[in-house]
Design a protein around this ligand. Sequence first.
Ligand code: MN
Length: 217
Amino acid sequence: MIHLLFTFLTLFFMQQDPTKRTAPFEMQPLPYAKEALAPAISAETLDYHYGKHYKAYVEKLNELVRNTPFQTMNLEQIICDAEGPIFNNAAQVWNHEFYFDTLSPEAHHEPSGDFREAVDRWFGSFALLKEALTKACLSLFGSGWVWLVEEESGRLAIVSEPNAGNPLRYHMRPLLAIDVWEHAYYIDYRNRRAKAIEAIWPLIDWQAVGARYVAHD
Ligand code: MN
């Protein structure tokens, strides 16, 4: 009986572990209501961003990997090994889930603990980190993502990637992703990317970001 229970729990947690996911991929639930991030991010934006753009990446990825060596790989493996449309759609699925999971209507507005120390060490202060992220978001030309990453050495860095770019390909640990594709903000802010970035700060949960950080001695 105990053995059966253990088997059941193991299977249950394996299913919950996103790194164990393989095709066909399913949409991950949005961790809050669609209107929960308003007015900074409206329900209409999430209707499109989560319900149409993200959904389309999941569906397209499933279609593309069918009967290829990628159909038994998890998302992270596909991102590191694939090129072209399979890479683009796999990375966009991963990036969006990571982005949606970082936002919260009850966000912790500042980092704490070991992660806070790392921010101070590598950027001077939390205010300077936000300034550097904002600058990266505003200077990324076209569509892409701005990432806060932890390098293998433990150093924190900002990485700007065009299109679906994901730092897992460079053996970096993603801590935060900011979506600067126009579809992330055009409904609420039109062409004003700076306004959209300014509005997103209160929604970024720095406790979630810090939980991804692994302290180095
Ligand atoms: Mn997006």
